[in-house]
Design a protein around this ligand. Structure first.
Ligand code: UN1
Length: 495
């Protein structure tokens, strides 16, 4: 499928006003160029925001189910193009095709889910304090939404934000990650082909500076962001200063607890895919494994044996289990954390090195396992965003929860146990936005809230109905059909 590698502004494809571009290459084979994309500056940002602002009131006035019809059509188109988009995504950001298909599927599910919500954008009708008067609240769109997302789920995560924003009657300026702009465009093209009118969705490419210009823009009303803690926090500062609504989804340091009565084969699958799937580059990745001491040694051995069988390679090969890291900086960061872990006294039980694959100069890294990790270590606290799993040994459920909660992040969490009481206690006790019982820390579903507590977020959620709370404002409406000023009546009601 061809899509212009340009900005998309008010229904037309354009280069950056400066003519500048940046290059994107395949992380599995960096000599292969995916394309050049506009390195946008303030003029380009201005034009996209202006287009979105112009289009907003017409879009908002369209009956919501009509907007939903287009989103459903976009879902159908995404289904038709699933393999094609998945393959392009794999070449651009590295994860294997079975994973990129899952990424597109999340957007398909989100399209159908948000389309259905356009028939249900509920407000409230409630009794009035006064006779012959009706009180209700209705939902209005927020306005122009800037959507800034990461490269690791370059279709799914934008869909979680863009589709409910559009469903609710907002217009959008989307800045895809500069690491995976083509995947973002392939997603946007399905929306355009589904008939979304000019100006309703606009795309501006670029890196951090483009993003901050967008966030600062006075006509941007709300910002939805997924990415790093540092960038998210600086966006929040700007939005605080400018009184803009902002939703942040940032880091994770997600724990999986394995209790003494856990089904270890089941937990093994969860740990392997949670830690090493997507090369550990998920904000929901399992990065801390908290094992009851009675199963610790056996489970560590099982992980080592299973990780041995993982095939690293180009994600377009059918037999690849684990693709490359996104770029050399990411690989260098993982290498640095391996050194930090060793220096801190953790035991490097497996992996720890970059891998070169014959005929391939991609950014591969061995699945890595540290044991004897303690909560005070940096590898136990900081997000590495790579295939590194840190194992802790604990002697009770209480200690497991203490270790699990001993982090500034709070996105996802998991417990494996066959004791129903412990499962329920964990749902209550784990400080995280998401808890899985007998499932890995990954695997969000489109119609459920997604996001985290503590430094992971700022109280908002993607996904499900929660996303509509972010992308709508409440308007309160009073209708007085008494035919008189009701102050007097109010007095009589009180008497
Ligand atoms: C992310 O890494 O930003 O639940 C999102 C999951 C994925 C989404 C991860 N569906 O792991």
């Amino acid at each position: 499928m061809s899509v212009p590698h340009q900005n998309y502004i008010d229904g037309t494809w354009r280069d950056a006003a400066s003519g500048q571009t940046f290059e994107v290459s395949n992380p599995a084979a960096p000599s292969e160029t995916i394309g050049h994309f506009p390195d946008s500056g303030p003029t380009d940002v201005d034009e996209t925001v202006e287009a979105a602002a112009q289009a907003q009131s017409d879009w908002a006035r369209r009956p919501a189910p009509q907007r939903g019809k287009m989103l459903r059509e976009a879902g159908d188109l995404l289904s038709d193009r699933k393999s094609e988009i998945a393959e392009a995504m794999t070449r651009e950001m590295g994860k294997p095709v079975f994973e990129t298909k899952g990424d597109v599927q999340e957007a398909i599910d989100t399209a159908y889910y948000t389309a259905s919500e356009t028939r249900r954008l509920f407000g409230h009708t409630v009794p009035s304090e006064l006779p012959d008067k009706m009180n209700m609240s209705i939902r209005r769109p927020v306005g122009v939404c800037a959507i800034i997302t990461a490269w690791n789920f370059p279709v799914a995560v934008p869909s979680w934000k863009i589709l409910p924003a559009l469903a609710a009657g907002n217009t959008v300026v989307f800045k895809p990650s500069e690491e995976a702009p083509r995947s973002g465009l392939l997603f946007i093209q399905t929306l355009l082909d589904a008939g979304i009118p000019d100006g309703v969705i606009n795309v501006v490419h670029g890196a951090g500076e483009t993003g901050s210009t967008l966030v600062e823009h006075p006509q941007v009303d709300a910002v939805g962001f997924t990415g790093s803690y540092d960038v998210g926090t600086s966006i929040a500062e700007t939005c605080g200063r400018l009184n803009k609504r902002v939703s942040l989804e940032m880091g994770g340091k997600n724990p999986m607890i394995v209790m003494e009565d856990a089904d270890l084969d089941l937990a093994l699958d969860g740990a392997i895919w949670g830690a090493y799937g997507t090369t550990g580059q998920r904000c929901t990745a399992t990065s801390r494994l908290i094992c009851h001491e009675s199963v610790h040694d056996r489970f560590v051995e099982m992980i080592e044996a299973e990780a041995e069988t993982l095939v690293l390679g180009d994600g377009t090969n059918d037999n690849t289990d684990v693709g490359p890291l996104i770029n050399e900086d990411a690989r260098e960061k993982v290498r640095r954390y391996v050194k930090i872990g060793q220096k801190e006294g953790a035991n490097l039980a497996m992996g720890g090195s970059p891998v070169s694959i014959e005929g391939n100069d991609g950014y591969f890294f061995e699945p890595t396992l540290f044991t004897d990790v303690t909560p005070d270590m940096r590898i136990a606290q900081e997000e590495i965003f790579g295939p590194v799993l840190s194992v802790f040994s604990v002697n009770s459920y209480e200690e497991a929860v203490d270790v699990a909660n001993d982090t500034r992040f709070g996105l996802s969490s998991a417990i494996y146990t066959d004791t129903v009481q412990l499962g329920f206690r964990a749902m209550r006790d784990l400080d995280a936005g998401i808890t899985y019982v007998n499932g890995p820390t990954i695997g969000a579903e489109a119609h459920m809230p997604f996001g985290g507590v503590k430094d992971t977020g700022n109280g908002h959620r993607d996904g499900g109905w929660a996303a509509f709370e972010f992308f709508t404002e409440h308007k309160t409406v009073y209708v007085d059909y008494s035919g008189q000023l009701q102050k007097a009546q109010m007095d009589s009601v009180e008497e």
